[in-house]
Design a protein around this ligand. Structure first.
Ligand code: B12
Ligand code: SF4
Length: 482
């Protein structure tokens, strides 16, 4: 079979870089093992790639498309429709986290099969047996393997785009290894054993947490030419024994890379020696899900951590020499005082790259179900679900919330913080870049937020209309004489 793999464009300004389409490299390797011929188009860097292939006379027998996130749903639908224009008789199959949580949002007219959850085995079967035609089917692997195993990703298929895959975050840290540039991307695990209320990872992976065989990871890291590796896992260190053995194997193989990954605060507190071990083999950046700066809120998120663990984990990372990139959720119940608390936390901890995200209720999460039931979601417009906008009715009102949020960002990237030494090891050049960048970003957000305010006004009018109608209805309602 001739297979076409497509990675869609993303719906947003992605300021931290473009990472290789790993899932497509994995699927290319599987397809080739099954004797297929494979072409890949990464629409992020090659927007007219499909048209070019069609002009060249390329006719695929099967098209595989991945879905990334909620904000990409219309993009994926447009892409599937375009594929059907170019190749009307070729089946289109989609899969990925978003296909898993909201298969119903995808355009079943132009999509022949939607795969939910882990897809490596389903994909192999498709490459081997082809796809049954007829109405769109939603399928999932009935018995996904407990171990997440796949062949060495086919990085030859992305060689033509390779120069574009790099991180944009300038590591102007003054450290010898600090630089920006070419980035490799891989995974050690898939999914997460925890159940945080705001998080889409566990629904997107059907609740599973799967680890890759250590030998497979070592072979892959060895084969990767980049010195800087992004581990896109969600919870790399959940199994400390496994993570420890993996670090030992990486060291024994003589692999030396600069690594960034993700970790929970409690794992760091329980196993500081594990983080030291990973530092020794190159772990330098760790996104840590701080989420909130008080324990009550962490309990509301079902995060299963507390503020003391947050503080201890950050201290441990500093001592080891790993850069902590904290992710902090800005929730809609926050008052001005709580915004100040977040700022103080950022300043006290001297973070180089703090990330403050308005809580975004993604479909599939517990939070989405909750806010939907409470009628507090202001807009369902997917363009606002990129972790940059507030789409829930806040306690202090929409415009005031946004004002407080912008103020937090401006204070975070203020000369005051930098000159007081509050930006850690961030260099002057690095700071200046961020200073300009966040200002441009906030002005762009302000422009786009007008759509949210309009949606909120329409909702208010609709509510007022409904209330009026029900009053009229009540005054004309026949008296119940029973
Ligand atoms: C890598 C990544 C990116 C990359 C982009 C993708 C890339 N390769 O370059 C970068 C870093 C640029 C990025 C950016 C963002 N991302 Co992102 N990203 C991820 C991440 C960490 C990994 C995805 C991935 O490639 N996994 C590797 C593959 C192998 O695994 P997989 O996708 O699960 O695939 C398996 C199955 O799903 C299935 N499958 C997948 N595709 C297909 C296709 C077919 C045909 C079949 C049969 C099966 C199948 O089979 C595979 C094997 O089992 C995920 C989190 C995660 N761990 O999933 C977040 C994630 C997808 N990103 C997310 C977000 C929000 C963003 C940002 C908006 C964040 C921000 N504010 O800047 C940005 C911007 C994106 C935008 N809208 O503009 C959210 C999406 C939430 C949602 N549902 O909307 C996620 C889930 C993170 C999170 N914790 O919430 N991201
Ligand atoms: S936020 Fe982190 S720990 Fe919580 S469920 Fe998501 S990936 Fe797991």
């Amino acid at each position: 079979m001739r297979i076409l793999l497509i990675f869609p464009q993303l719906n947003n300004l992605v300021f931290f870089g473009v990472y290789e389409p790993l899932v497509m490299e994995i699927f290319s390797a599987i397809a080739k093992e099954e004797g297929c011929e494979v072409e890949l188009v990464d629409l992020r860097v090659d927007p007219h790639g499909c048209e070019r292939l069609a002009r060249r006379g390329f006719r695929p027998d099967l098209i595989g498309l991945t879905t990334h996130g909620f904000a990409e749903v219309p993009i994926v639908n447009r892409c599937a429709a375009r594929c059907k224009e170019l190749w009307p008789s070729t089946p289109v199959v989609i899969g990925g986290g978003q296909a898993t949580v909201t298969p119903e949002l995808f355009d079943q007219k132009h999509i022949d099969q939607i795969v939910r959850g882990p897809g490596e085995r389903v994909w192999r079967d498709l490459c081997r047996d082809g796809i049954a035609t007829g109405a769109c089917r939603i399928v999932e692997d009935p018995n996904p393997p407990r171990v997440y195993s796949y062949p060495l990703p086919d990085r030859g298929i992305t060689a033509k785009y390779r120069k574009h895959y790099k991180t944009n975050i300038p590591h102007h840290t003054g450290r010898p290894w600090g630089r920006k540039g070419r980035t490799g991307f891989t995974l050690l695990t898939q999914g997460c054993p925890f159940r945080c209320s705001f998080c889409v990872i566990w629904p997107a992976n059907l609740g599973m947490y799967r680890k890759r065989p250590i030998a497979e990871i070592v072979a892959e890291l060895k084969s990767m030419e980049e010195d800087y590796i992004y581990l896109g896992d969600d919870n790399t260190f959940a199994d400390a024994k496994y993570a420890g053995e993996l670090a030992d194997a990486i060291r024994a193989a003589g692999i030396r890379k600069e690594i960034s990954s993700y970790c929970r605060a409690d794992h760091i507190c329980k196993h500081p020696e594990l983080l030291q071990k990973w530092y020794d083999i190159g772990l330098r950046y760790l996104v840590i899900g701080v989420e909130a700066v008080d324990t009550r809120k962490l309990a509301e998120f079902n995060k299963k951590t507390d503020q003391e663990q947050n503080v201890t984990a950050l201290k441990t990372l500093r001592e080891i020499g790993i850069f902590a990139i904290p992710h902090i959720l800005i929730t809609q119940d926050m008052t001005a005082v709580e915004f100040d608390q977040i700022y103080r936390f950022i300043e006290e901890n001297r973070f180089e790259y703090p990330v403050t995200i308005p809580l975004t209720p993604l479909p599939g999460t517990l939070d989405h179900a909750r806010y939907k039931a409470e009628g507090r979601i202001v807009t369902d417009d997917l363009a606002y679900y990129t972790f940059m906008y507030n789409v829930i009715e806040p306690k202090v009102g929409l415009r005031e919330f946004d004002r407080l949020y912008d103020r937090l960002i401006f204070r975070t990237w203020s000369w005051r913080r930098f000159l007081r030494g509050g930006c850690g090891e961030l260099s002057l050049v690095g700071f200046v870049k961020w200073w300009f960048f966040v200002r441009a970003l906030i002005y762009q957000l302000r422009w786009k937020r007008r759509g949210i305010y309009r949606a909120a006004e329409e909702r208010m009018q609709a509510r007022a209309g409904l209330a009026e109608a029900s009053n009229v209805h009540a005054s004309h309602a026949p008296i119940d004489c029973r």
